[in-house]
Structures are given as C-alpha cells and as structure tokens.
Design a protein around this ligand. Structure first.
Ligand SMILES: Nc1ncnc2c1ncn2[C@@H]1O[C@H](COP(=O)(O)OP(=O)(O)OP(=O)(O)O)[C@@H](O)[C@H]1O
Length: 258
C-alpha cells in the first residue's frame, strides 16, 4: 500500500526543468535513497514534496490510514501536520536556544492545549508541558543528547547539531521523514554513527525515510532501494546492487565516486 505517491512531478525555473516528470512511490516503513550528481534536482524535489515550492505539473499524494490527501499547493506547516517532516542541507536550528527548547518548539504544533488553559497557566498546562519534556528527553536519549538538554544549540559540536536537527524533525511524529544530506560535513566516525542511527530511527519509529546523500557508502549501506536523478529526470531505480551496476548511473557519475 503506497504511503506517498509522486506522479509526473515537474518544476520549471524559467527555461530550466529542475525536476522533470518524476514518478516516485514510497510504502510504509522503508528506507529509500535519492541520489544524483550536483544540481540533479534532489533538493528541489524535497522542496516540492514539503510545500516549499509548488509543482509546475504533477501531483503528490499522501495516504495515511486509508485517508488520501493531495499535497500540491498546501503550505509547509499543513504538510508537516499531515505527517511529513524534513531536515535541511544547511543546519537550521535556533542557535541561541537550548537543546530542549529547540525540540519543544518543533513539538508545539502537535501538543496544543486550549488558549485559556495556556494563558491562565491552568494545571493542565503544566501537566502537558511536563509530558512534552518527558517525550523530548526520551527522544534526546536515543540520539545520545540527553546530557545536553540545557546547552545552547550553537555550543554543540557540529555532529551533535546535525543529530539535533533529526530529533526536531522526529518530534512532530512524522510518517515520512526526508533527510537532506544528513552526513554533510561529518567526519568518517560521525558518519558511521549516523548510519547506525538512521537504521535505528527507521526500526524504532516504524517510519518511512527518504534520504538524499552524497556519501555513497552510507547510501549503499542503509538504503533498501534507490532512485537516481540526473538533470531533473529519474534515470534509474532499484536496489543498491542494481544501481551500482546500472550503466546509465555509472555514466552519470563518470569521474565521480560511485
Ligand atoms: N530557486 C531556484 N531558482 C532557479 N533555479 C534553481 C532554484 N533552485 C534550484 N535551481 C536549479 O535547479 C537545479 C537543481 O538544483 P537542486 O539544488 O535541486 O539540485 P541538487 O541535486 O539538490 O544539487 P546538490 O547535490 O548540489 O545539492 C540546479 O540547476 C539549480 O541551479
């Protein structure tokens, strides 16, 4: 049963088709990679799926518990509330807020109490806040960040900032998580830890993950299957083994590291 169905998706920037006629299908609880050379359209595709851009053509359909929602034209916060969450290529934390507050803010939309309860600080407000804090600590523990609750985001080492970004994305309890180059700028040890973590997220949270990544060893290691973009078009899809041996992919990466 498909969870996310992308049909004939196209995005034109003036004369440039950054994404052209792309078809992708994601089912529940799978870990899928999206690869392609620089400028292939990967981030543009994420931006289309998460409402940052409106498609020029095509549709994006999300089906959760038999309920269908067409995502075209919906605002990013609506799409997030429907169950799609993402991280960005460049870290986008609130640098002057603590680790705890960064995650609480992300969680806020999911855990609203009534306005009156909130304004009057009724007991329900404190109970809700305590419950949210407990959830945040549980999440942070999975990512080995529970000792950093009161640390300002800007004072975390780079690898931990990247992990905190993933915690924030998970705090909205998504059904589908898009990770945009989560290993960018990481050293080999941090990348190895991240690889384990991505697998753990998929298993523990039972969610579907779509991963953009330039680190081929990470992609080939964790992904069950892959889509390959070149000049905005899908040129291949298949298991890591099939992709590694696909002549079109090898040609696209000629001189690259595949
Ligand atoms: N807002 C925009 N306006 C005009 N052109 C854009 C815009 N965003 C992306 N592009 C162009 O669309 C193409 C695809 O870019 P995109 O960033 O999606 O590629 P990518 O596969 O994510 O690349 P990278 O791996 O380098 O991050 C590029 O030619 C890029 O210059």
């Amino acid at each position: 049963m498909s969870l996310l169905e992308v049909s004939n998706l196209t995005k034109n920037f003036g004369g440039l088709a950054a994404v052209s006629n792309v078809n992708i299908e994601l089912v529940e609880n799978e870990l899928v990679g999206l690869i392609g050379p620089n400028g292939a359209g990967k981030t543009t595709l994420f931006n289309l799926l998460t409402g940052v851009y409106e498609p020029s053509e095509g549709t994006v359909k999300l089906t959760i518990d038999g309920q269908e929602a067409v995502l075209n034209g919906k605002k990013p916060y609506v799409i997030a509330a429907l169950g799609l969450s993402r991280t960005f290529q460049n870290i986008r934390l609130f640098k002057d807020l603590t680790v705890m507050d960064n995650v609480l803010i992300a969680m806020n939309g999911k855990n609203k109490v009534g306005l009156l309860t909130s304004m009057l600080r009724l007991p329900k407000f404190y109970a809700k806040e305590a419950e949210m804090r407990r959830k945040v600590i549980e999440l942070l523990a999975i990512f080995d960040l529970e000792d950093k609750i009161d640390t300002l985001a800007k004072n975390l080492p780079y690898g931990e900032q990247r992990r905190l970004e993933i915690v924030r994305a998970l705090a909205t309890e998504p059904k589908v998580l898009f990770l945009d180059e989560p290993a960018a700028g990481m050293n080999p040890q941090e990348t190895a830890e991240l690889t384990k973590l991505i697998r753990k997220i998929q298993q523990e949270f039972g969610i579907t993950i779509l991963l953009i990544e330039h680190d081929m060893s990470l992609v080939m290691d964790v992904c069950e299957r892959l889509y390959v973009l070149e000049y905005g078009r899908l040129i291949a899809k298949g298991t890591p083994e099939e992709i590694k041996n696909d002549p079109k992919v090898i040609q696209a990466y000629l001189g690259g590291e595949l």
